[in-house]
Design a binder for this molecule. Structure first.
Ligand code: B12
Ligand code: SF4
Length: 499
C-alpha cells in the first residue's frame, strides 16, 4: 500500500531542520513489509502535501493512508494537514510525542477528520494497521491505538516500546531529501552550514526523571542497540549516503560508560572517525570520565553538550531532580575541554520555586563553566511532565495555545501562587543571561568576531540575537526578517541591528 508519512512545518523552530527520524523508522518497517512509503517533511518542501497526493492520484497510484507526526507545538499544523488529506479521501493516522501524551484529544470534536491515533513507538503497530487496511479487514484495537467505534472513542492506553532495537530495520535515511536539511545546530556557529546531516539513535529511553522532561515519551527504561548494529548504520551513512555530519540524538547515549567507549573505539577501528559528529541533545554528566571524552575526540566527535539546567544545588536536587551534582557538572566540562572537544551547556530558567538568587546562580555557573555555547531556555509546562503537575497544583498556566510551547517563543508561560515566583523577573533574568554570557565579555565577543563563521552566519546570528536579547515588541507581532542581502559593514551596525 502507498503511504505518506508526514511532518508538519516546524514554524516554531524554523531555523533548524533535522530529519524526522521517527518517520524514517516507520518508513523502513513499512518498506521491509512490502509497502511503499513516501516521506513528506513540510519543513523542507516548497509544495503542500496535496501536491504529492494529487500527483499520485493522477498517475493512478494513489496514496491510501497518511501518517502524521507531531510534537506539542506542532499539533495544530498536524490537524490542518490531516484535514487536507481527508478531503482527498485518505485514511488519517496521527502519532508522535504529543499523541503519546494526549491521544484522545485528536479524535474529539472538531477533529472528525482524524481516523486513528497511536501512542508510543509504533513501528509494529502502525504496520499492523496498514496491513489490516490493505487486506480490507475490520480494524481491531492494537496496543496504543485509539479510534472511533460506533460513535465512541475507544482506547488502548498502553504505550508500546520496542524491546529489541537491533531487530528494527535502519531508518529509511535514503528517503529523506537530505540536501534540503540544515546542519544540526544552525543556531550556533562552527558547523558546516551545507553539511549533509543525518541523525542516529543508538538507544531509546532514559531511567532518570527530570521534572521538566516528557517522561511518557522517553519511558523509564533504557534500551541500547548493540555496538555492531550501530556501527553498521553509521557505516551506511558515511560510506553510502555521503554523510558529512552526524548527530547522536539519544536521550542518554552514554548511560553505560563501557558501551559508549566501545562505540568510539569501533568508530576509530573502522575508519568512520573522519565525519564529524555531535551529541545533539547533550549527554548526562555523571556517566562520563576523561577517557570517554578522549575516545570521543579520537572518534571524530566535534562538540559535546550537557544538560546543566541550574546553578543552585537545592533547585537541582529538589525541583529539577536531575540526578547530578554541580561537582559532576564541573568535572564533565573540565574533562571534555581537556580532551579538546567544544562544549555546549543547556540551562533552564523559571522552574517553579525559582528566585532571583537561583537564577543568578545559574548565570554565574554558566560564566564559570564558560562553554563554547550556552543555550538558555525558558521553562515550558509541557503536559505529561512532573513540572506540569506541580504548576497545576500550586500555580497557573497562561500558555493556552499549543504553539506557545515552542522554545523560542520568549514568553513566561506560567506563574506560581507562592508569593515569590515572578514570571516577569524570569524573562528578564533569562534575557540577562544571554547578554552577560555573549555580549558583556569583550574577550569572548572578540573571539567570536575573529572567526570566519561569524561573518558567514551573520543573518542568522542577527535574527537570533534580536530574539534572545530583546524579544518581540508584541508577543503576537510578526517577526521582522533580517534582510541577508543588506550589507552590514561595521561592528556598530551589527549591534544596532542585533539590538
Ligand atoms: C531529535 C529531537 C528534536 C529535533 C527534531 C528533529 C525532528 N525533525 O524530528 C529538534 C532539535 C529540532 C527538536 C526540537 C523540539 N523538540 Co525535541 N526531541 C528530539 C528527541 C531527543 C529525539 C526525537 C527522535 O528522533 N526520537 C526517535 C524516534 C524513533 O522517536 P519518535 O520521533 O518519537 O517516533 C516514534 C513514535 O513517537 C511514533 N511516531 C512518531 N511519529 C509518528 C507518526 C505516526 C503516524 C505514528 C503512527 C507513530 C509515530 O513512532 C516512532 C517510531 O517508534 C526527543 C526525545 C525523545 N526521546 O523522543 C525530543 C522531544 C521529542 N522534543 C521535545 C520538545 C519539547 C521539542 C521542542 C518542542 C522544543 C521547543 N520547546 O521548542 C522542539 C519542537 C520542534 C518540532 N519540530 O517539533 C519533547 C516533546 C514533548 C512534547 N510534548 O511534544 C521531547 C520528547 C523531549 C522530552 N523528553 O521532553 N527535537
Ligand atoms: S536525563 Fe534527559 S532524557 Fe533523561 S529524564 Fe532527564 S531530561 Fe529527560
Amino acid at each position: 500500500m502507498r503511504v505518506i508519512l508526514a511532518s508538519p512545518e516546524a514554524k516554531v523552530w524554523s531555523e533548524r531542520k533535522h530529519i524526522p527520524l521517527g518517520l524514517g523508522y516507520l518508513a523502513a518497517t513499512l518498506r521491509e513489509a512490502g509497502h511503499e512509503p513516501f516521506i513528506y517533511d513540510a519543513a523542507i518542501e516548497d509544495v503542500p502535501v496535496s501536491y504529492y497526493i494529487e500527483q499520485a492520484q493522477a498517475a493512478g497510484k494513489p496514496f491510501k493512508v497518511i501518517g502524521i507526526t507531531a510534537t506539542t507545538p506542532l499539533i495544530g499544523d498536524a490537524w490542518e494537514m490531516a484535514k487536507l488529506a481527508k478531503r482527498y479521501g485518505l485514511t488519517t493516522v496521527l502519532g508522535g510525542p504529543h499523541l503519546t501524551i494526549m491521544p484522545r484529544e485528536s479524535l474529539e470534536p472538531p477533529h472528525d477528520y482524524v481516523d486513528y491515533v497511536f501512542r508510543g513507538e509504533a513501528e509494529y503497530t502502525f504496520l499492523e494497521l496498514v496491513n489490516t487496511l490493505e487486506a480490507g479487514r475490520p480494524v481491531q484495537l492494537l496496543p496504543g491505538l485509539h479510534m472511533r467505534y460506533k460513535g465512541e472513542i475507544v482506547s488502548d492506553f498502553s504505550s508500546p516500546m520496542v524491546e529489541d532495537l537491533d531487530r528494527l530495520p535502519f531508518p529509511a535515511h535514503d528517503l529523506f531529501k537530505i540536501d534540503r536539511y540544515t546542519n544540526l545546530q544552525p543556531l550556533t556557529d562552527g558547523l558546516d552550514p551545507d553539511a549533509r546531516s543525518f541523525t542516529i539513535l543508538t538507544s531509546r529511553g532514559c531511567p532518570y526523571k527530570c521534572t521538566f522532561c516528557s517522561k511518557p515519551v522517553t519511558g523509564d527504561t533504557w534500551r541500547g542497540r548493540s555496538v555492531d548494529n550501530v556501527i553498521a548504520e553509521w557505516r551506511w551513512l558515511v560510506k553510502d549516503l555521503g554523510a558529512t555530519e552526524i548527530g547522536v540524538t539519544d536521550d542518554i547515549w552514554n548511560l553505560k560508560l563501557d558501551r559508549a567507549k566501545e562505540l568510539c573505539r569501533r568508530l576509530i577501528a573502522e575508519g568512520l572517525n573522519t565525519v564529524p559528529w555531535v551529541t545533539v541533545h547533550g549527554m548526562k554528566v555523571n556517566h562520563t570520565d576523561l577517557e570517554l571524552f578522549q575516545l570521543m575526540k579520537a572518534a571524530g566527535c566535534k562538540r559535546v553538550g550537557f544538560g546543566v539546567e541550574n546553578g543552585d544545588p537545592w533547585m537541582l536536587r529538589n525541583v529539577i531532580r536531575k540526578g547530578q551534582t554541580l561537582d559532576q557538572v564541573r568535572a564533565a566540562f573540565k574533562n571534555a575541554k581537556a580532551a579538546g572537544l567544544q562544549t555546549m551547556g543547556f540551562f533552564i530558567f523559571g522552574m517553579p520555586n525559582e528566585t532571583e538568587e537561583t537564577m543568578e546562580a545559574t548565570i554565574q555557573l554558566a560564566l564559570e563553566l564558560d562553554p563554547d555555547l550556552a543555550n538558555f531556555m525558558l521553562a515550558a509546562p509541557f503536559p505529561g511532565t512532573k513540572m506540569y503537575d506541580m504548576i497545576r497544583e500550586g500555580g497557573e498556566i497562561f500558555a493556552h495555545e499549543w504553539p506557545d510551547y515552542a522554545i523560542h517563543e520568549q514568553k513566561a508561560r506560567f506563574t506560581m501562587n507562592d508569593g515569590q515566583y515572578d514570571p516577569d523577573l524570569v524573562v528578564r533574568k533569562w534575557r540577562e543571561a544571554y547578554r552577560r554570557f555573549y555580549l558583556y565579555r569583550p574577550k569572548r565577543v572578540w573571539e567570536k568576531m575573529s572567526k570566519k563563521s561569524f561573518w558567514t552566519d551573520l543573518p542568522h546570528t542577527l535574527e537570533n540575537a534580536r530574539r534572545f536579547f530583546v524579544g518581540h515588541k508584541s508577543q503576537h507581532a510578526p517577526r521582522p526578517r533580517v534582510n541577508p542581502e543588506e550589507p552590514v559593514t561595521s561592528v556598530k551596525g551589527i549591534l544596532q541591528r542585533a539590538l
